[in-house]
Design a protein around this ligand. Structure first.
Ligand code: ADP
Ligand code: ZN
Ligand code: MG
Length: 538
């Protein structure tokens, strides 16, 4: 097919923000998410070892090199993994399914076809529910028109945002291709390269592809879906889900339709969304681009596009192929599958507690909000840390759960984000120290601002919180008499501001608190300061 004039390839002016565009247009998004089953020992149809980073072409054999006469033998553990993934995402397990050959010639695929499933796959008709809140909820059109509990399309308004029901069409089994390295050009790209090398270690790696229904409506929902799925896959242990190393990859399909329209528009497919941020930003850009083209009377072509985060734009890669182009036909070397009930039940018995169930348990057992519980289980290590704290807290568990949750969700998470690769269990911050810290805070020995300093010091010096408070003379001053003297002094020194405050500029309270804190070198109890100021200024 010849491409029409490439006038739509110019960069979007991006004068309008995503939120503005989404007032006139509704975005329709569906994801295709590939996960390599990296935790398995061997490849999908041969017993070559799975190992990331091994010397090139050291894990190959006649089957994965596609040599004549070699016959595939399916990996039972891989089938267990995909069934586990299906059960964890509310899918029906299809007892009877089969493999097909998807024919194409490319050097990374020596067999000249990929062995993959068709539209009937091991896992069908699943769903995940997404909790969207905070700034992420802002991308949903007219959410504020709904009252808590109201339903619209596939969402329900909750007190902190909304819950969206996202359908999963299927999860099917396939195999990965080899890896190409392009040399002699710029940045390893094929364009401008003088020659290419191919490593077949990855060829034949078991891969599962999850396809969602076109139920997502905002880039944030796409990001949250991907995050939630990653948490589930990690919990069931089927993949290391490294977006950087490519063991978890996502393609985003997106189209626009006018608000109120029923028909879907033409979609484009975005590749290379190798981080949560890229997935969000690529989709957001593509939505703005499509809106601009459509508003100028242009047309969207069904094509595959590449998101370039450094240039912040998408670039056309190729026009869409169809199943016919691939001459898809049943794989003659593999018999169709008949999964037994016993097999499915034996896999179901291996399902661990899933993040959502863990969050529900935390909320119930430790009187936490759904929001706090959800954020605690985002990472397995923070969830485990929280549980260790609660166990240690004993009878104080329910009174200390909220401050511990805050500490983990805010300070600990920020620390881990800032120190990539650091494992919480290897740091100086132990559950015992976390409890000591929140107790110092709870009994007003230190302020919340000081608690942040103590947390940083524990990480750095490896001392107990109480010892740090002692050594730094950080004790918070809560004595009303001492604070009152400071408050009086500050008010007396700023008569003009006091006048303005009484005239209605109540925002000045922050100024007065700040001045008092400064006088007290950050050690005044902000609660007492606020109370005294309020009393004296009224
Ligand atoms: P294709 O045949 O082009 O691969 P599929 O029907 O297999 O398309 O769908 C691929 C993905 O695209 C799915 O996640 C699906 O939800 C999504 N999708 C389908 N149609 C649209 C559309 N009009 N806009 C956005 N996403 C869509
Ligand atoms: Zn092999
Ligand atoms: Mg498809």
């Amino acid at each position: 097919m010849r491409l029409p004039v490439l006038y739509w390839e110019r960069k979007v002016s991006a004068v309008r923000s995503l939120e503005e565009v989404l007032v006139d247009w509704e975005a329709v998004i569906g994801l295709e998410i590939h996960a390599e089953l990296t935790t398995l020992e061997t490849k999908m149809f041969c017993n070559c070892k799975l190992e990331f980073g091994a010397d090139p072409n050291t894990h190959t054999c006649p089957v994965c090199l596609g040599l004549p006469g070699a016959l595939p033998v399916p990996n039972r553990a891989a089938i267990e993994s995909i069934v586990l993934a299906g059960l964890a995402t509310n899918c029906d397990i299809e007892k009877r399914s089969m493999f097909y050959r998807k024919n194409y010639m490319y050097p990374d695929m020596p067999k000249n076809f990929q062995t993959t499933q068709g539209s009937v796959a091991f896992c069908m008709r699943g769903h995940l529910d997404l909790d969207v809140d905070g700034p992420a909820a802002k991308e949903r059109y007219q959410l504020d028109k709904l009252a808590v509990g109201d339903e619209r399309e596939n969402i329900v308004r909750t007190d902190s945002g909304y819950r969206a029901h996202v359908g999963i069409t299927r999860i099917h089994m396939e195999e990965d291709a080899g890896k190409m390295v392009h040399l002699g050009g710029g940045e390893g790209r094929i364009a401008g390269a003088t020659h290419s090398l191919v490593d077949y270690n990855r060829a034949g790696t078991p891969l599962i592809e999850l396809v969602t229904e076109p139920d997502l409506r905002t880039p944030e929902e796409a990001r949250l879906f991907m995050q939630k799925l990653r948490q589930i896959y990690l919990a069931i242990g089927i993949s290391d889900c490294s977006m950087e190393e490519g063991s978890l990859r996502c393609d985003g399909n997106v189209s626009l339709r006018r608000r109120g329209a029923k028909e879907f528009g033409t979609k484009t497919e975005l590749k290379n969304m190798n981080s949560f941020k890229n997935l969000h930003d690529g989709l957001a850009y593509e939505i703005c681009r499509q809106a601009e083209v459509l508003e100028e009377g242009g047309q969207i072509y069904q094509e595959t596009r590449h998101w370039d985060p450094s240039q912040k734009r998408t670039i056309v890669m190729r026009v869409k192929e169809t199943a016919d182009d691939y001459r898809l036909f049943p794989e003659p070397d593999l018999a169709p599958y008949d999964l037994s009930d016993e097999f499915i039940e034996s896999v179901r018995a291996k399902l661990p507690e899933l993040p959502e169930q863990k969050a529900a348990r935390f909320a119930q057992d430790f009187a936490l909000s759904a929001y706090d519980a959800r954020h605690l289980v985002e990472h397995r290590e923070t969830a485990a840390f929280f549980e260790a704290c609660m166990e240690l807290a004993g009878k104080d568990a329910t009174t200390l759960s909220k401050p511990i949750a805050n500490l983990i969700i805010n300070d600990v998470t920020a620390y881990l984000n800032a120190n990539e690769g650091v494992v919480l269990a290897d740091t100086q911050f132990t559950p015992a120290r976390a409890l000591e810290l929140v107790r110092l805070l709870a009994d007003d020995t230190i302020s919340s601002k000081q608690a942040k300093e103590v947390f940083a010091a524990v990480m750095e010096e490896g001392l107990d919180p109480a010892a740090i408070v002692e050594a730094r003379g950080m004790k918070q001053v809560s004595d009303t008499g001492a604070i009152e003297a400071v408050v009086d002094g500050v008010l007396a020194a700023n008569p003009d501001k006091v006048e303005q405050y009484k005239g209605g500029k109540t925002g000045l309270i922050g100024f007065f608190v700040g001045q008092c804190m400064k006088e007290m070198k950050g050690q005044g109890n902000p609660k007492v300061i606020n109370e005294l100021l309020a009393k004296k200024l009224s």
